[in-house]
Structures are given as C-alpha cells and as structure tokens.
Design a protein. Structure first.
Length: 372
C-alpha cells in the first residue's frame, strides 16, 4: 500500500478542504495588509498616536479623510486587533479608538528593528506590476525594477534601514578585526557600496565610522535621488556621495579599502561581472563583503515549516527573478541564492576563496571574498 504524502504542518494527508482554508486565511491577511497600507500612507496611525485617541470624526479631521471611511477603517482595525476601542457597545460615532503602546514601534518607528508598516507596500507594488509580470512569464522577458514603482523601492529601503543604521556598522563589521581597524584609522578609508538603493547602508556606515568616505552606486535613478536626499538629511553628504551607474564607473580614482554588496548580488543580471569589478576596485589590502539571503543549502521540496524559504521563493517569482531578467544576458539567479552559488560566482570572478562569517541573522548570510 502506498503511504500518503503528508503535510508536515497539518500532519495529515493533503486535501482540498485544508488548502481552501489556507487560501482563505492568506486572502484575509492580504486584505488586512491593504488596510495597514491605508493607515500608513494616509497617516492614520500617526494621527491616532499623536493625540492619544480619536472618534471617527476626530480622526477624519486630523488626517484629512472622509468621516465615513474613517469609521469603517477604525472598526476594521479594531476587529483585526491592531487598535483598541474603548467601548464597542457605544454609538458608532461616539466610539473612541487608540493605538496600543506595543504597536507604536511596529507601525510608526522607522528606525526600530521591530518596524513593520512597510510590509504591505510589497504587496501593493507586486499587484500594480502584475500585468507586466504575467507577460514576462509568457515571454521569458523581465520586469524592470522601475515598473514596481515607489512602493517597492521604499519598502525595500524601509526593510533594511534599521539594520543599516544600528547593526551593520556598529556590530557586524566590528567583528572583523582588520576591516574594523582600517575603518577606524587614518588616512580615511574609502568604501564602495554597490547596489546601494536609497543609500541606507552608506549612511549607516558613515555614522558608525566618522573618518570614512563612502560612494554608493546604483542603476536606479529614483533610488540615487532618494539616497542623496537621505544623506543631506543625515548630515553626512560631505563624506557620502552617490552615483548612477555600476561598479565599472568607480574605477577611475583611489582604490577602495572596502567594497560591500548588501542584498543586491542576487538581483544583478551579471553577478560575476559585478564581483570582478568589485575585486578590481580594491586596494592591495582591501576586502569585499557580500551580504545576501540565507537560503537553504539545497532545494527542500515541501517546506511549510520553513517560512523564510517560502518567503524567498515567493519574492523570487514575483520580484527578483523578473527584475534580473530585465537586462540581458542574465544569470537569472533569483532570491534563492545559495552559499554554493555565491562561492561559484566569486571563484569565476577571480577570488581565491569565500568565507562565511560567523554573523547570525534570520534572513541574511555574510560572506567575505578573499582576493588572494
């Protein structure tokens, strides 16, 4: 007798009813995310937090929205357990709603490692790009990064911002003695941030190491424009600059003591060329640090018990693989970049060896690429 295939989470044979229930829960989650997006984009959470509590009419006046929408949104948020209501039995227009203290950081503090209000922007961005994505599946073409719009770009910047500002420079690089020593000593070290996005890492490194000079480079014009604004706001624009283009355009000045590629290698159409360019930018004692996804060592098949692997694959099919295929020729890596793949790319780019550094993180793996 054949043993039935088992669902590792449900611990029972697969069946249609279980799948329908799972799809309903995920659909519910998506619609609740849309409501978080509304609250974030329209400043509704901030309006609740700044004045302690609000009736629907008060929220409408503070946030500049229609009172009927305010009432329905407040009731939805209370039903979902995101905000509190003082008396559910009160007349609808007199009910007062507030944001719990425990939810302030996840919804309002963009510098907090617990910030999460950016997450719905990913869903909105992919939804907006879905017609182009369906065409790409049919033709094999790609979907350029710009097609996903401001929501995708800003979500990506917000996702990594707390890590860039308070962890990478202050903690991770401090565990690499020779790199830390060079960044803290004179003459000022030169750092290149390849695939810099909105510049959060460049700015965070400059804040952690007050002597260094950083150049960030990215192929997306909107990201470079935003990065320059952020550097000015952070008062580091005298030491941090941003260029539109790729690593090849940086090889005309002083060599770099450190080149970083943070969560960008898997998005690059030609990752080996990018790594080769990074190696050529180095000073004789320079270092390349690559940070990318902590994917499993091999395809696992059913992985319902591994939300990170599921997330990486879901993002890969809808964002990262289509983005990398938008420029040809393409290595077509996708989000699920395994350690063996990074090592192979590094070897093909001329590096002697690759070390996985003992830096623990749920999503990211940290590599040091050794030129010799």
């Amino acid at each position: 007798m054949t043993t039935p295939t088992m669902d590792p989470v449900l611990e029972r044979p697969f069946d249609g009813e279980a799948l329908v229930g799972r799809l309903f829960e995920q659909t519910l989650g998506a619609f609740e995310l849309f409501n978080v997006y509304i609250g974030d984009r329209l400043g509704l959470y901030r309006a609740l937090a700044d004045d302690g509590s609000a009736t629907p009419e008060q929220l409408a006046q503070r946030a500049g929205i229609a009172a009927r929408y305010a009432r329905e949104w407040l009731e939805q948020q209370a039903t979902a357990g995101i905000i509190e209501v003082d008396d559910p039995a009160a007349e609808e227009e007199h009910r007062s709603y507030s944001l719990p203290d425990e939810h302030r950081a996840p919804l309002l503090d963009q510098d907090s490692l617990g910030y999460g209000a950016f997450m719905p922007r990913y869903i909105v961005a992919v939804g907006a790009a879905m017609p182009a994505l369906l065409d790409a599946f049919r033709t094999g073409d790609g979907v350029p990064w710009g097609r996903y719009g401001d929501d995708m770009r800003q979500a990506q910047a917000s996702a990594n911002r707390p890590l860039f500002l308070s962890v990478v420079g202050q903690e991770w690089l401090a565990t690499i003695p020779d790199v830390h020593r060079r960044l803290t000593a004179g003459p000022p070290a030169h750092v290149a941030d390849l695939g810099c996005g909105e510049g959060g890492l460049s700015i965070g490194l400059a804040a952690a190491y007050p002597l260094i000079q950083v150049v960030g480079v990215d192929a997306d014009p909107a990201s470079i424009e935003a990065a320059r604004r952020h550097a000015t706001a952070a008062n580091v624009s005298d030491r941090v600059s941003f260029e539109l283009g790729d690593a090849a355009g940086l090889g005309r000045g002083e060599p770099f003591d450190l080149v970083v590629i943070f969560e960008a290698l898997h998005d690059m159409s030609r990752p080996v060329e990018a790594l080769r360019a990074a190696r050529e930018l180095l000073s004789p004692e320079g270092t390349v640090i690559v940070v990318d996804e902590r994917a499993a060592d091999a395809f696992k098949g059913i992985a319902l018990d591994d939300p990170i692997e599921r997330f990486l694959y879901a993002v890969s099919t809808t964002v990262c693989l289509p983005n990398s295929l938008a420029e040809q020729p393409s290595a077509a890596v996708g989000t699920v970049i395994r350690a063996s793949t990074v090592d192979r790319f590094a070897h093909e780019a001329g590096f002697a060896s690759t070390d996985i550094l003992p830096i623990e993180h749920d999503i990211f793996r940290v590599y040091r690429l050794n030129p010799s």
